[in-house]
Design a protein around this ligand. Structure first.
Ligand code: UDP
Ligand code: MG
Length: 330
């Protein structure tokens, strides 16, 4: 396809980092090389940069970042005031980077998101895509559990009407106008992979093989992953509430049959004490009620957090280089 964008765009690589002292240096070295190649190929502007967001790390990530920034002129850093979580760190990175850059590429700081496909992503941008999703071509690296739970998640989400790109997480390229449209969404309950498709604009996919984490540990244990999945779905679909109504209706109709049966028994003259069936239904309905209340509570909770409109993230410190660059731009 022909390039529709002729000017080499200024690219910001955005790395959210939470306790990544073991991986960060290696990741930055590899990204720097990729950046050099892209500049040589005249695909991106010479002043493209790497922005690292420290999401309240408690190890030496922040020191390492400061050191890297001092040694290399194309590294900018932002430090959040505490650990806000991956999604919010990404939003902080996008907010800062887009003031300076024309396109952004977000990727994990642990090299699991294979950076060698960034060139193909930029090619897609050059031929007209505003959003390029990096999609995992297989899940062979994953455990049986992770593979199947992910599949179950994507299927459930699709069934509930949440528009998601299958096997795509937060490794993506976005143009300036796409980032701006995303940042215009005021919500606090962030689930970026479902928000980005809502932006629209031309988009495309690039496939890659996700690697295993080489060092450090995953910050997404099972409990957090599950919470993230439920949060994602309830942020984008009210269908569970409708399903609850149907479930309630089905359960109530069982009670109607019960009533009819009891009357019939009375007429025939064989009434039973009915203690056990009574107990069963008390427990059954009690449980269903609790489930229903918890689902509705989830949505009420979301409304509550959105209404409070607390800032999504707080920046404690921007590196001097970033502040200067922003001032020059303003
Ligand atoms: N991360 C973050 N804040 C957090 C948790 C994770 O910024 O609270 C970053 C982390 O440093 C990494 C990326 O988000 O760059 C993905 O996290 P991780 O590799 O732990 O997740 P996994 O790949 O295991 O799903
Ligand atoms: Mg990882």
């Amino acid at each position: 396809m022909e390039n529709v964008r002729n000017k080499a765009a200024k690219l910001a690589f955005i790395l959210p980092a939470y306790n990544e002292e073991e991986m960060l240096a290696q990741t930055v070295t590899i990204l720097t090389n990729i950046k050099k190649q892209l500049i040589q190929a005249k695909k991106i502007a010479t002043d493209s940069f790497i922005l690292i967001v420290d999401d309240g790390s408690t190890d030496h990530t922040a020191d390492l970042m400061a050191q890297m920034e001092q040694e290399t002129s194309d590294i900018l850093t932002v430090q959040l005031s505490r650990n806000f979580g991956h999604q919010k760190a990404l939003l902080a990175g996008l907010t800062e980077a887009i003031r300076l850059a024309d396109i952004t590429v977000t990727l994990d700081a642990d090299l699991q998101d294979n950076p060698t496909i960034i060139e193909s992503m930029v090619d897609q941008y050059l031929t007209g895509s505003d959003i390029v999703y990096a999609v995992r071509s297989s899940r062979e690296q994953d455990s049986w559990f992770k593979k199947n739970s992910a599949l179950a998640f994507y299927r459930t989400a699709a069934w509930l009407g949440v528009e998601l790109v299958f096997n795509h997480a937060d490794f993506r390229l976005m143009s300036k106008r796409a980032v701006k449209a995303l940042l215009a969404m005021p919500e606090r309950n962030l689930f970026l992979r479902a928000m980005v498709p809502l932006v629209g604009y031309p988009s495309s996919k690039v496939y890659y093989e996700r690697k295993k984490r080489e060092a450090g540990s995953s910050k997404y244990p099972l409990k957090k992953m599950l919470a993230f999945a439920i949060d994602g779905i309830t942020s984008f679909s009210v269908k569970p509430i409708k399903l609850l109504f149907n479930l309630g209706l089905a359960v109530s109709s069982i009670a109607f049959f019960e009533i009819a049966y009891t009357i019939l028994e009375k007429i025939i003259g064989h009434p039973t004490a009915g203690w056990s069936s009574l107990m069963i239904f008390i427990w059954l309905l009690g449980g269903l009620n609790l489930m229903a209340i918890s689902v509705i509570g989830t949505y009420v909770g979301k409304v509550f957090t959105e209404v409070k409109a607390r800032p999504t993230f707080v920046i404690q410190e921007k590196s001097q280089r970033l502040t200067q660059a922003e001032e020059r731009k303003a």
